[in-house]
Design a protein around this ligand. Structure first.
Ligand SMILES: [Zn+2]
Length: 143
């Protein structure tokens, strides 16, 4: 392993100074990025940016950019719900829908118009029923 890191802030390190045209000690003033720092020559007091030589660590490409695939963000629709319920509840007996019947949550019903459905929510006078193509609000419990 040959990981090159920047010298710590306030530390001195030896590098070439263009102004002095010689190798000089430079004091690290601040880190600008993980690979570059603002440094000051201890002789001419010239401030410059020192960058790490690009090798080793940089060659290791971050896979995140290239491998960005659009994720399957398809929302499960009520059709999926219906499919799952149909599979899971195939043994349930469907109750023929009638406005006079009082339905309960999760009951399987058989509607003359909409077909097979499942009660998703119940209020005193209405129910929400998941049918294959849509969710319907139906009256029930009418005397
Ligand atoms: Zn210098």
């Amino acid at each position: 392993m040959n990981q090159i890191t920047l010298p710590a802030v306030a530390k001195s390190f030896y590098t070439f100074c263009k102004k002095c045209d010689a190798e000089r000690y430079h004091t690290v003033l601040t880190h600008k990025s993980p690979t570059s720092a603002k440094v000051q020559c201890e002789v001419c007091k010239g401030i410059k940016t020192y960058s790490l030589p690009k090798e080793g660590a940089v060659a290791k490409k971050t896979a995140s950019g290239a491998a960005k695939k659009p994720s399957k963000s398809r929302k499960p629709t009520h059709a999926d719900d219906f499919q799952a319920l149909t599979t899971n509840r195939s043994a349930d007996k469907a109750i023929p829908f009638s406005i006079k019947t009082k339905f309960e949550l999760n009951q399987k019903i058989d509607h003359s118009t909409f077909g097979m459905g499942y009660v998703k929510s119940v209020q005193p006078d209405r129910i929400q029923v998941l049918f294959e193509s849509e969710i319907k609000t139906l009256m029930h419990n009418k005397v």
